[in-house]
Ligand binder design. Structure first.
Ligand SMILES: C[S@@+](CC[C@H](N)C(=O)[O-])C[C@H]1O[C@@H](n2cnc3c(N)ncnc32)[C@H](O)[C@@H]1O
Length: 298
């Protein structure tokens, strides 16, 4: 039984309007925290900070460098690929030779269809059912893990639901492969309680919730060793402040596309999330994993 956000819940958020998201995301249509590397949040720097984030994740996932060679090819899977920013980055920089993205959003899938790349493809399919013909060399997943358990999943089912993600990734990867994960997680608070949590994980992103680091560590343990964990609440606070500034600057067009109520709702959501990271109630993790070729069956 699936404990993930359903396709209709995903589409209620991500299929709102590609042209609306294009007003305030950067040109790569990346909808997750950028990597600012200590620089100040600046709308003019958002696109570069998003590419830097993609670069870091390809490092964590063991992709060859820009000048690296991959005589046998290097096949990447992006779980929760959004509008395809990572796939374009990975193929355009030559760090991979083929890239497949999974999303549950048909609007995102059709956006990628208008910005295609040779050897790149996006499927409207969940990781829960994805069965490639051959295993991948690496997996990245950025900003999607928040959808892999719902807020109303019973507490005793959460561990099994998260574990099933890592079990599936283990099957999807070749021996010796690495994988990266970027996810928001609760840090200073225990769970979804409180009006901000309920608004964001119930109303803005229906059917989603956040993990805690200890849940990720326990869920992956049989299948992956953790190679690196870093915590970046400032990266998300800065990204959200830039998105807010860009959305505010585009207010007239935004209201024309989605109406004044939806515009206001998004302004509140972006500001509320920024405050959540600034007070460290939640953080952003970037985690590198290495596949255990002999899983520790428990
Ligand atoms: C916040 S977006 C992040 C998109 C992209 N990684 C980025 O950084 O711009 C979350 C993505 O996860 C996808 N997603 C959620 N649940 C999924 C599932 N079970 N299988 C595949 N994709 C899923 C959504 O469709 C969406 O594309």
């Amino acid at each position: 039984m699936s404990h993930s956000t359903s396709q209709s819940q995903i589409e209620s958020h991500y299929d709102l309007s590609n042209s609306y998201y294009a007003l305030w995301l950067d040109e790569s249509m990346t909808y997750s925290a950028a990597l600012w590397g200590g620089t100040e949040a600046d709308p003019a720097g958002l696109a570069d900070a998003q590419q830097a984030k993609y670069h870091r994740h390809l490092d964590l996932a063991g992709a060859p460098g820009i000048d690296g060679s991959h005589p046998d090819g290097f096949r990447l899977l992006d779980i929760g690929c959004g509008w395809g920013g990572m796939i374009r980055h990975a193929l355009d920089t030559g760090r991979v030779t083929a890239a497949t993205g999974l999303t549950l959003s048909r609007a995102q899938h059709s956006y990628f269809g208008a910005t295609p790349r040779p050897n790149g493809k996006v499927l409207v399919e969940s990781w829960e059912t994805h069965q490639p013909e051959q295993p991948y060399d690496a997996i990245v997943s950025i900003g999607a893990f928040e959808h892999f358990v719902t807020a109303d999943t019973a507490p005793e089912k959460r561990a099994g639901a998260y574990e099933s993600y890592f079990r599936r990734c283990h099957r999807l990867l070749r021996p010796g492969a690495s994988m990266s994960l970027q996810t928001i997680a609760y840090d200073g608070v225990a769970g979804t309680s409180g009006p901000v949590g309920a608004f964001v994980t119930g109303d803005i992103f229906p059917g989603s919730t956040l993990p805690r680091l200890v849940e990720i560590a326990a869920a992956c343990d049989a299948y992956f060793s953790v190679e690196q964990v870093t915590s970046h609440p400032d990266d998300y606070a800065k990204t959200l402040s830039v998105w807010s500034a860009r959305l505010t600057a585009a207010r007239a067009q935004a209201e024309e596309i989605v109406g004044p109520d939806e515009y206001r709702r998004y302004r509140v959501y972006l500001k509320a999330c920024e405050a959540t990271f600034r007070r460290r109630a939640a953080t952003l993790y970037r985690i590198g994993f290495r596949r255990r070729d002999e899983p520790l069956f428990r």
